[in-house]
Design a protein around this ligand. Structure first.
Ligand code: B1M
Length: 211
């Protein structure tokens, strides 16, 4: 199966076709990680470029997102394969004002696959909801995602709210998303910055003293 064909279906926003070709690729033994990186994430990058060039608009982004979800459902079991020991409790969400969900969802899938017990708060999550969820679930880790530069102040407010609730810094906070950098993470007092979902897992394990 040509990964290029999967990428093309995703760009066209064809959820059924993306899922069918993803399943075919899996059946042929293509590694889930290759499908994810070389077809799906690469395809989403191209969708973003088309949007920047005013060739795509919000409806096309939504269709591509639906296709991505359909494929992720199929990849999830393989991305999470293997028995893993419990690594800790995490709460994760996309910060207030930001509706982007897919990158955060990938981080959730990878954390769960690495033994984390994850509460996914979804998107557009206000700072106080993160604080409540930490309290309710006894979480040691919070993950914050943002895809919009305009959502970065909300990320900062969220870190501040968590620190006010937990001044000793027992709860570790990791941040990520396209506009986030290590320098920004440092400037808002986060414990770490994950460039992608795999980096987020490595960081999470290190911060909780397990790697
Ligand atoms: Co919008 N959008 N969008 N969008 N969208 C971007 C982000 C944009 C870059 C497109 C562009 O202009 N090229 C641009 C942001 C520009 C900026 O601020 N710098 C943009 C814009 C402008 C907008 C709107 C304002 C458009 C409008 O209405 N005029 C609007 C905002 C709505 C809002 O949030 N309030 C909007 C809306 C949407 C949809 C809702 C339609 C849809 C999202 C649907 C959904 O998520 N369910 C959408 C989409 C699909 C995109 C693009 C095309 C794709 C995003 C994506 O899913 N990527 C995106 C362009 C692009 O990314 N090139 C774009 C795939 C995903 C796997 O990657 O999310 O980067 P990503 O996640 C990565 C890493 O960033 C990292 O790991 C992930 C896996 O590697 N990561 C973490 C993410 N979170 C992490 C957390 C961590 C660690 C790592 O630790 C906790």
């Amino acid at each position: 199966m040509e990964l290029e064909s999967i990428k093309q279906r995703l760009i066209e926003g064809d959820a059924k076709g993306t899922a069918a070709l993803t399943q075919q690729a899996l059946d042929e033994g293509t590694p889930a990680q290759s499908i994810l990186n070389d077809a799906l994430i690469a395809g989403m990058g191209l969708v973003g470029e088309l949007f920047e060039k005013n060739e795509y608009f919000v409806p096309e982004l939504l269709l591509a997102a639906r296709a991505m979800y359909a494929a992720l459902d199929l990849l999830r079991p393989q991305l999470q394969a293997g028995d893993v020991e419990s690594a800790g409790k995490a709460v994760i969400g996309t910060v207030q004002g930001d509706l982007h969900d897919i990158g955060k969802k990938l981080v959730v899938i990878m954390l769960e696959g690495n033994g984390f017990d994850v509460v996914d708060l979804g998107n557009d999550v206000p700072p106080e909801r993160f604080v409540e969820a930490v309290e309710e679930n006894g979480s040691q880790l919070v993950g914050l995602s943002a895809l919009l530069t305009t959502a970065l102040p909300a990320m900062e407010r969220t870190v501040r709210a968590i620190r006010e609730h937990d001044p000793s810094g027992t709860v570790k906070v990791i941040v990520g998303g396209a506009p986030v950098t290590q320098a920004f993470a440092d400037s808002i007092g986060a414990d770490g910055f994950g460039r992608d979902a795999t980096a987020a897992v490595t960081l999470a394990r290190r911060l909780l003293g397990d790697a």
